[in-house]
Design a protein around this ligand. Structure first.
Ligand code: ATP
Length: 363
């Protein structure tokens, strides 16, 4: 099911009665989510991700704009009538019910033509449980399950109504690191198998990048960039997006362009053909540094952190806007113990931004 958001806007009144300030939680969001895709809604806390999801679900009413499921305008439709499945961070299973009863629960209130027989409900619950691989646990109570198993029950409960759209709000936040990784792969598998259009909200960029077909990066209610994860990482539209994606984060320097060359401090570090003379903010991805004894960028070496396959070289530089500069180097390369380390740069890993607007300057 294609989901279309047209100029979707949500304005909350001020909580302080004396003030006229309002919160624009979501500002003019327009995007068509293609049928069968997994979309990661991504951004820092308070950027409007959950509000967007709640408006799509019908739990919150937009202040402006429209929502279409396929060709149907569902903006005024209640949550129960939208055919969605919802999974929250706190997935609150009913503790006194078995896994089977928990999964079947949403089917019991179906009325009219949708009403199911007991056997149909049992079959549907069995199928949903198989999909999330908990069909062996159907007679257990939630307290007898691990966190990851409980989360799967919540997903099965959302799937049992065969939703047209699956909405997941930080569904992995309560899981430990290993389980998080495993469960996100599960979600991806289930989504691919069912082909249900899925919207996944997270503030974790790595999580969103790893499972989404398309990511939407938001800031203060405004969509910054929409695209395939790799595309957005490789070509961020502004400094905010560049900083938000990537671990370790992008390194940011003060710089200037003169005679189509980029200077950081007094040294020309890269050719920037076509860029006029100007001050710039420079972003360099950690993997954009090449150890090079004759390289133009010299940093003060602080230490080397072993990461297994790679090493992270930690250094400082007078023009860096962060306390440290972090490069990621293949561990086959030897970093000499010395006061300084020199680099040349990979031009496709270096981004220039306007110092005022923070918009990208292409070269
Ligand atoms: P988080 O990751 O912390 O959940 P989020 O990106 O999901 O954040 P939202 O919960 O959508 O952000 O909130 C967006 C903005 O709207 C925030 O500034 C928040 O304080 C505000 N907001 C959310 N709900 C309400 C409400 N019911 N009344 C007033 N303001 C609200």
């Amino acid at each position: 099911m294609k989901v279309e958001l047209r100029n979707l806007t949500k304005i909350f009144p001020s909580r302080n009665k004396k003030s006229n300030d309002v919160v624009v939680a979501v500002n003019d969001f327009t995007f068509t989510i293609p049928d069968g895709k997994l979309i990661g809604l991504l951004g820092p806390s308070g950027c409007g991700k959950s509000t967007t999801l709640y408006m799509i679900s019908g739990l919150q009413k937009p202040t402006g704009g429209q929502i279409f499921f396929g060709d149907d305008d569902v903006t005024e439709l209640s949550a129960e009538n939208r055919g969605i499945g919802l999974v929250f961070q706190n997935y609150a299973l009913y503790p006194h019910m078995t896994v089977r009863q928990n999964i079947m629960f949403p089917l019991q209130n179906l009325k009219g033509v949708d009403k199911l027989t007991k056997q149909e409900m049992l079959d549907r619950a069995e199928n949903a449980a198989k999909l999330v691989q908990i069909d062996e646990l159907m007679d257990r109570k939630p307290s007898e399950l691990s966190g990851g198993q409980q989360q799967r029950v919540a997903i099965a409960r959302a799937l049992v109504k065969m939703p047209k759209v699956l909405l997941l709000d930080e569904p992995l936040s309560n899981l430990d690191a290993r389980l998080r990784l495993q469960t996100r792969e599960e979600i991806r598998r289930i989504q691919k198998e069912t082909g249900i259009t899925t919207i996944f909200v997270t503030h974790d960029q790595e999580e969103a990048m790893s499972i989404s077909d398309i990511i939407v990066v938001m800031k203060l209610g405004v969509v910054q960039q929409i695209g395939a994860p790799q595309e957005v990482y490789d070509s961020p539209i502004n400094l905010f997006v560049a900083k938000f994606l990537g671990t370790p984060p992008i390194n940011v320097f003060k710089g200037r362009v003169e005679g189509e060359k980029l200077y950081i401090g007094g040294t020309a570090v890269l050719d920037t053909p076509g860029v006029k003379d100007r001050a710039v903010t420079v972003g360099i991805r950690p993997e954009g540094f090449i150890l090079d004894a004759n390289g133009p960028l010299e940093c003060n070496l602080s230490g080397v952190e072993v990461m297994g396959r790679d090493v992270s070289v930690v250094s400082t530089h007078g023009e860096s806007l962060n306390p440290t500069v972090r490069s990621i180097i293949n561990s086959d390369n030897k970093v000499e113990a010395a006061a300084t380390v020199r680099y040349s740069l990979k031009s496709n890993k270096v981004f220039l931004f306007d110092t005022e607007t923070e918009e990208r300057i292409l070269f």
